[in-house]
Design a protein around this ligand. Structure first.
Ligand code: PLP
Length: 378
């Protein structure tokens, strides 16, 4: 394999719920969830059933044909957005969802884009052009021209950058890869007003913050705005590769036949898994549970010595540390059988499956606190 992921130190062989097992038989509590992806954990019976039934019925059809699973999932997403004008384009990943939004924005007749510093929107050349992280961008320049990055959460900076030549503004409701950074409350609303003033598409990248992750279906709902475009992936497929770009409102631009496409996007098996995940989350009222776990984690982790802040919403939390030892701490947690990640030197990110139990949450808190006592905090 290419060295782009380095050489992982753990090889996982199986999983059930939140517990994964490596090839040596060591068990871990998975508090990263495939980076905010496995909303129902591993090998969940409803996903296994939906996937098995679908692959035994109809596996792949190409986009010359529609199929019941794709139609049902699109209808469900439309219902969740609360907008009867919502129109869904299915793809396979977050980068592809953002590529679709980027292409769609050209239909405004404008080509300038405003994104934010520190953001992550994917690795393909278009999505990378939107991404605001120099370390990921610099080796691949030249990227798309006409993309300007401004400070995340700073509406004045947005006001200086956005004008009548801007095609789209793209933001994450919470910047996940940057270390779970939450903008000031009101930012998205002000951004909505700014985009309306100049006739600019507001694209909200909910790839990491969608499908219940933050305690609402989409990461922007807290501010009660309606974006023009939403992008989704990660949790959408319930662990299978699935992304979506959704246009909202009656006057968002639309692709004409033949203007965009992908072979696997919205494949019946991935769509069936996604539908099963959403139905399970709804039926078991998991969004409410997620909110209560957020409170518990914030209170208990916030009281651990060395933790300066617990940022984020729902089950996407960034635990800020009082020094640059997050990578050491993540390694220690892994030794103790807990999987997390360190998006930067001072932050531990957790994004467990939404089906996590209170017992598992408390086990995580206990082991986290012990590791904080043991780790060299510098
Ligand atoms: N957008 C956001 C907010 C993300 O967090 C990610 C991945 O981490 C992406 C886009 C890219 O998604 P993918 O890796 O599926 O291409």
């Amino acid at each position: 394999m290419q060295g782009n992921y380095g050489v992982p130190t753990i090889t996982l062989k199986s999983g059930k719920g939140l517990v994964v097992t490596d090839i040596a038989g060591k068990r871990y509590l998975d508090f990263l969830g495939g980076i905010a992806t496995n909303v129902l954990g591993h090998a969940h019976p409803v996903i296994v059933r939906a996937v098995s039934k679908q692959i035994a019925t109809l596996g792949h059809v190409s986009n010359f044909y529609s199929h019941p699973a794709g139609i049902a999932l699109a209808a469900k997403l439309q219902e969740l957005t609360g907008d009867k004008h919502a129109r869904v384009f299915f793809c396979n990943s977050g980068a592809e969802a953002n590529e679709a939004a980027l292409k769609l924005s050209r239909k405004t007749g404008r080509s300038r884009i405003v994104a934010t510093t520190g953001s992550f929107h994917g690795r393909t050349m278009g999505a990378l052009s939107l991404t605001g992280q120099p370390s990921k961008r610099n080796p691949f320049k030249p990227l798309l021209k006409n993309v300007r990055h401004v400070t995340f959460g700073d509406i004045s900076a947005m006001r200086r950058a956005v004008n009548k030549k801007t095609a789209m503004v793209i933001v994450e409701p919470i910047m996940g890869e940057a270390g779970v950074i939450v903008p000031p409350f009101g930012y998205l609303k002000q951004l909505r007003e700014l985009c309306d003033e100049h006739g600019v598409l507001l694209v909200v990248d909910c790839v990491q913050t969608g499908i219940g992750r933050t305690g609402t279906w989409f990461g922007y709902e807290e501010e009660k705005i309606r974006p023009d475009v939403i992008t989704l992936a990660k949790g959408l497929g319930g662990g299978l590769p699935l992304g979506a770009m959704i246009t909202l409102g009656s006057d968002s631009p639309q692709f004409a036949p033949g203007e965009h496409g992908t072979t696997f996007g919205g494949n019946p098996v991935a769509a069936a898994a996604g539908l099963a995940a959403i139905e399970f989350i709804t039926k078991t009222n998991l969004l409410t549970t997620v909110k209560s776990y957020e409170k518990r984690l914030k209170i208990k982790l916030g009281a651990v010595r060395g933790v300066t802040q617990v940022r984020g919403r729902g089950l996407l939390l960034g635990i800020a540390l009082d020094g640059a030892y997050a990578k050491n701490l993540a390694a220690r947690l892994s030794d103790r059988g807990i999987l997390v990640n360190a998006p930067n030197d001072e932050t531990i990110r957790i994004a467990p499956a939404l089906i996590v139990t209170k017992v598992q949450i408390d086990k995580f808190i206990t082991i986290f606190a012990q590791c904080m006592q043991e780790v060299d905090r510098g």
